[in-house]
Design a protein around this ligand. Structure first.
Ligand SMILES: *Cc1c(COP(=O)(O)O)cnc(C)c1O
Length: 380
């Protein structure tokens, strides 16, 4: 006799077949697995200088208020963002990472089984994961061979049931950012049936901003939303804090459906302080810019093809002369305590993504690669 008990059959189809996000490997896991003293993580594009000092102080101050619920509407943070970016407060929605904003946009706009999300391929996996979870169709337009966007292809697809388009600028994993004028032309050419969401997680690293970002002139574009994060330039990835800037009607409805306290009290105060820490931001920008130049030059000399990047990471491909394929290089680096990001999950098994680290981290990566190169060429 079979006894009926609740089990996975109860789950929604989209949930049962869901494959979760693959995060970068953790320092602790690699240290234990390879019995290493020192492990360097250049896999998740975190800030190489750590937490902004002003944010650290703000967190310590806020800690004693942690028994309180955050204030509804996160007014301190919303006002700080509005002032920093010169956008109306009513357009701003903070989230538990910009991942929450991605998820919210899909859920408020796309009807399961009917509407579609359009992205490039390859792209940041979160758009695809949340679209599938929501039961929205996913349509993708391949990037052009030089990793630029296929505007015509995107426009041709942005019809019928496409409700939401995600573009990443600067793009992950290539580091490419289209000129703002191209984004503006694309936004203007779109039918009124869809929203263009521009994920600017790395825009803080692209200078000058006006050349690449539509955020300074967002009021010209009633169909555009922009997402930013505190996880990269602002050094607060572990707190989970990001925000969307969108037309007021959309922001209003994101607020209505957002979990009431998804941005916690400590994160809110840390975010406010991080936005004011100009010295830390300037230092980060210099570290990343200098490190990007150093790594690009040295990696090219070692036998890698390196794409130009406007972000705090670079995408590279070992050439034949390096004598080892990308998967092997990734493994060998792990054994030497350097974590970088393999790109097989993005459909590019021959490439690797490296976050720009601080000077010590960059040197450690280059030394480990030299050691690997020497060891592999010494083989009979
Ligand atoms: C890192 C990253 C984010 C940031 O996500 P958070 O949830 O804010 O940490 C968003 N989009 C892209 C493309 C990223 O690489």
């Amino acid at each position: 006799m079979t006894e009926a008990t609740p089990g996975p059959d109860l789950l929604r189809q989209e949930v049962r077949k869901f494959t979760p996000y693959t995060a970068g490997l953790s320092i602790d896991a690699i240290r234990d697995a390879h019995s290493l003293d020192q492990v360097y993580k250049l896999a998740s594009n975190e800030n190489p200088l750590g937490v902004p000092p002003l944010a650290l102080k703000a967190m310590q101050r806020a800690a004693s208020s942690a028994f309180r619920y955050p204030r509804s509407g996160n007014p301190d943070l919303v006002n700080a963002i509005a002032a920093k970016h010169n956008v109306p407060a009513k357009c701003i929605v903070p989230g538990n990472g910009s991942d929450e904003i991605i998820d919210l946009l899909i859920r408020v706009l796309c009807r399961p089984g009917q509407d579609a999300v359009l992205t490039c391929r390859p792209c940041f996996s979160m758009y695809e994961l949340q679209a599938k979870l929501c039961g929205a169709e996913l349509r993708q337009v391949p990037l052009l061979p030089d990793f630029t966007f296929d505007w015509e292809g995107l426009l041709a697809q942005a019809q019928q049931n496409v409700k939401l388009i995600f573009l990443t600028s600067p793009d992950n994993p290539s580091g490419y950012a289209p000129p703002a004028s191209q984004l503006a032309d694309f936004a203007r050419a779109l039918p009124p049936s869809c929203i263009l969401a521009i994920d600017e997680a790395y825009m803080d690293f692209a200078q000058p901003q006006e050349a690449y970002s539509l955020l300074p002139r967002l009021e010209e574009f009633p169909n555009v939303a922009v997402m930013r994060t505190f996880s990269k330039m602002y050094g607060l990835a572990g707190l989970r804090l990001g925000f969307g800037v969108c037309p007021p009607w959309l922001a209003d409805h994101l607020w209505r459906v957002r979990l009431p306290f998804s941005v916690n009290l400590i994160a809110e105060q840390a975010g406010v302080a991080a936005l004011q820490d100009d010295a830390f931001i300037a230092q980060t920008l210099k570290t990343v810019t200098d490190g990007r130049t150093l790594l690009t030059n040295e990696l090219q000399a070692l036998g890698f093809e390196v794409l130009p990047s406007l972000a705090n990471f670079i995408l590279m491909r070992p050439k034949h002369q390096f004598g080892m394929d990308a998967a092997n290089i990734h493994q060998q680096l792990l054994c030497r305590g350097v974590i970088i990001r393999p790109m097989a999950g993005y459909g590019m098994p021959d490439r690797l993504r490296v976050s720009i680290g601080n000077e010590q981290e960059n040197r450690a990566l280059l030394q480990a690669l030299r050691d690997i190169h020497t060891a592999s060429n010494a083989k009979p």
